[in-house]
Design a protein around this ligand. Sequence first.
Ligand code: C2E
Ligand code: CA
Ligand code: CA
Length: 572
Amino acid sequence: MSNDKEVKYLKFKSRKSLAFDESDEFLSRFKESFIKSINGLFIFADREKDLVIFYGNNKGIIGFHDDFIVMSFKECMEYIHPDFIDILINGIKCNLEEIEIKIINLNGQEVWISIKGQGEKGSLQRFEGYVHNITKEKEASLKLEYMSYYDELTGLINRKRFKEIIDEELRAHTLVESRGALIIIDIDNFKFVNDSYGHIYGDLFLKRFSEDLKKILESNSNICRFGGDEFLVFLPDIEDIKEIEDIVTKIVNILKEPYSINGKKIFSTVSIGVSVFPDDAEDFEGLLKNSDASMYMAKSNGKNQWQMFNSNISREINRIYSIQKGLRTTLENNEMYVVFQPKVRLTDDEVDGFEALLRWKNEEMGFVSPAEFIPIAESTRLIIPIGKFVLREVFAKIKYLLSEGYDNFKIAVNLSEIQLREGDLVTYFNSLIEEFQVSPKYIEIEITESMIMKSVDRNIRYLLEIKELGASIALDDFGTGYSSLNHLTKLPIDVLKIDRSFVVDMTQNDKSRFIVENIIQLSHKLGITVVAEGVEEKEQVDYLKSIECDTVQGYYYSRPEHFENVITMLSK
Ligand code: C2E
Ligand code: CA
Ligand code: CA
C-alpha cells in the first residue's frame, strides 16, 4: 500500500511542473491564503484543472514529507476514508463551515481531519480551505461518548444507552408481536458489603457479579448497570414463561456460593423483579416501574428470591406509594396522635405505666395501622420526625402526670432502628428534658433484638448513652426473631417483653409454657423485669401470676386508649 502511494507521490511531483505557471492568478491567491494555515494544511482545489494542492503540514496529516503536494481529484479521493466520501461531498455542496471526516494517510493510519473552507457557491468546482488534524480531540470526545454510554466499573452499558436500546427493541417487538421481559436485579444488603469490607471490595464484588451475569446471558447489549447495586436485563423474544424462570433462577444462583475476594468470603443474595412486555406494560418506563415493584415485593418477602409482576403487586405498591405520600405531610396536617395502653403490675393489680402507641388517621385512607406505616416511615426515614413527635407527646404527658401528683409510673416508647442509627436522638432527648423539665426516669425505651443485631456494638453504645440519661430499656417482642438468651446478658436491658405469640400459645402448648417459665426465672436472676404482651384472657393472667411474671399488658385490661381515658387507671 505504502509503495503504491510512493509511486503516486512521484507522479504528483512530476505533474507539479506541468501545471504551474508563476503568473497564474490562482497561484498568487494560494500564496496569500496559505499563510493563514498554521500547523494545518492549506487546500486548494480546482475541478476544471483537475488539481488539488496541499501546502503546509503534509507530514502531520497525509504523511508526505514535502510541504507542497499536488494531486488529481481522483487521487485525492483515494485518501478519504470510504465511510466519509458522501459526508465530504455533501458538506461542500451544503457549504458547511466545518466538515469532519476521517482519512487514511500514507502509512495506512486513520486520521481525523477538520476541513474549514468554502466551495465556490457551494459547488464542487472550486474549493479552498484549511485542514487540521483533530485525531486527538476526536478520540477524546469519542471516549467521552463511550463514558456517557458505558459504566466504567463493569464495562456494561449504562441506563441511558440501555433505555435507547430497549426503546428500539420494544418498537421492533410491537411490529412482530413478540414478548420480552425486563428483569431488575438488586444485590441484597449491598450497603453491608461496602460498610464492612470497604468500597474497594464492594467494587470488586460488583465487577465479579457483572461478569457472572454476562456469562449467563451470552450477550452484553441487553445488560445494564442501572445504578449502584442494581442491574437491568432485557430478554427478547420470549415464547414461554419457563425461559424467564430458567434465566432468573440462574441469576439467583450466582450468589449461592460466597464470593471469595482477596481471600475474604463475601456472602450476599439478590432480589429480582420481572415484568413482561407487552402484558405488564408497553413502554420502557412502565416495565421498569413494574419490575421495580416486583423486586420490592421480593425484598419484603425475605429477599434472595425473584418475583413476577402481577396485579396484586401493583395494588400493594400503589398502597405503599399512597402511604409514602400521606406520611410526608402527616405531621403538618396533625393527623398523628398517640394512644396509651396500660401495663398492670401482677403483684397488686395496679397500673404502673403505659406503652405509647402511635395512631394515624389520614383523610383519604382513613386509619392506617402502625404495623403497616411504620416500616414505610422507616424506609423513607420519615420515622425520624415522626418518632420525635411521639417522644415529645410522651414528655408532655409525663409533665402533666407529675403536675397531677402521679409519681410512680413509666411511659414506654417504641424506637425504630433508624432513629437510633441516624437521628440525633440523645441530643433531642436532652432538649426535651430541658424544655419540659422532667426527669427521663419516667421513660422506658422499647427496642427489638433485630434492631440491635443490625450493628450490635454501635447500638449498644447508643443504648448505654440513653440509659445514662436515666431512661430504662425494654427488649420488645421477645420470642420472635433472634430470641437469643445470650442477649439477655449482653444487652443493657431492664425489662423484657414476652411476645404475644408466646402468650397466646402458652396455655395450650407445654413447650411454650416451659420456655416462658424459664425466661421469667432467668430474667429475674439477671435482675430483669418481665412483661407479658397481648394478654386477653383471665386464664392467661392467672397462669402468668402463678409463674411470677411481673407485669402484663393486653386487651384483658385495656386496649390502647386516648390519654384522658386511661389516666384514671393509674395508681398514685
Ligand atoms: P408492639 O410494640 O409490639 O405493640 C404492641 C401491639 O400489640 C400494639 O399494636 C397493640 O395495640 C397490640 N396489642 C396490645 N394488646 C393486645 C392484645 O391483647 N391483643 C392483641 N391482638 N393485640 C394487642 P399497634 O398499636 O397496632 O402497634 C403495632 C406495632 O407498631 C407496635 O408493636 C410497634 O412495633 C409499632 N409501633 C407503634 N407505635 C410506634 C411508635 O411510636 N414508634 C415505633 N417505632 N413503632 C411503633
Ligand atoms: Ca412495643
Ligand atoms: Ca411488642
